[in-house]
Unconditional design. Structure first.
Length: 199
C-alpha cells in the first residue's frame, strides 16, 4: 500500500476536526468569556480537536510531497508545509497541555507577554503559510489535482497567517486538506502500466 493511501484517512479528518474545534472554541468563549477561556473544558476540547486537525494537515502535506515526487515535480513546498505543520502542531500541543495547567496553577503567568513566545508563534505560522501556498502552487502547476483545489490550498495558506483565534485561522486549511486527501490518491493502474509480472 502506498504512503499517500495510508495518509488519506488522517488527512480526511482535518476538515471535520477543524469545524468542531471552532464550534467548541466559540461555545467556550460565549459560556466563559475571554477571562476564563484558558481553563475552560470546552477550550481544552477545542485544542484537542485542533491537534487532530493538525495531524491531518501534516498527513496531507506528506501525501502532497509523495504525489509531487511521483509526478517528477518539485517537493520543496510540501517539505516546508510539513515543517510548518509540525511547528503549528507544537503550539497546538502547548495549548492543549501547557496552557490549562498554567491557568489552573499559575494564572499570573498567562498575563505576562513574552516577546520570544510571540515571535516563535508568528514564525511558526509564517513557515506554515509559506509552505502551504508553495504547495498549492506546485499542485496547481503539476495537474495532480484540479486547478480550483490548488487555488483553495493557496487561499487557505494565506488565511492561516491572518491574525485570528487559532481555530478560525485553521478552519479553511482543514477543509482544504480534507478535499485534497481524496484527490491525492494515486491514479489507478491501467493494463498498459501494470508490469508483466503482475498480470
Amino acid at each position: 500500500m502506498e504512503l499517500a493511501s495510508l495518509l488519506r484517512p488522517l488527512a480526511t479528518l482535518a476538515g471535520p476536526a477543524a469545524v468542531l474545534a471552532l464550534g467548541s472554541f466559540v461555545t467556550a468563549l460565549v459560556v466563559t468569556g475571554e477571562d476564563g477561556l484558558e481553563a475552560s473544558p470546552l477550550a481544552t476540547a477545542s485544542s484537542a480537536l485542533l491537534l487532530v486537525a493538525m495531524l491531518g494537515v501534516g498527513a496531507a502535506a506528506l501525501a502532497a510531497l509523495v504525489r509531487l515526487r511521483e509526478a517528477d515535480r518539485g517537493t520543496a513546498g510540501p517539505a516546508v508545509a510539513v515543517l510548518g505543520s509540525v511547528l503549528v502542531a507544537g503550539g497546538t500541543w502547548a495549548s492543549l497541555f501547557v496552557m490549562p495547567a498554567l491557568a489552573s496553577n499559575f494564572p499570573e503567568a498567562l498575563e505576562v507577554e513574552l516577546a520570544e513566545v510571540v515571535v516563535g508563534y508568528i514564525a511558526s505560522y509564517l513557515v506554515f503559510s509559506v509552505g502551504w501556498v508553495w504547495t498549492g502552487v506546485a499542485l496547481r502547476r503539476s495537474g495532480v489535482v484540479p486547478g480550483w483545489l490548488g487555488v483553495l490550498v493557496i487561499v487557505a495558506g494565506v488565511a492561516a497567517f491572518v491574525p485570528s483565534p487559532e481555530p478560525a485561522r485553521l478552519l479553511l486549511m482543514g477543509i482544504a486538506v480534507s478535499l485534497l486527501a481524496a484527490r491525492l490518491a494515486p491514479a489507478p493502474a491501467t493494463a498498459a502500466t501494470v508490469p508483466a509480472a503482475a498480470r
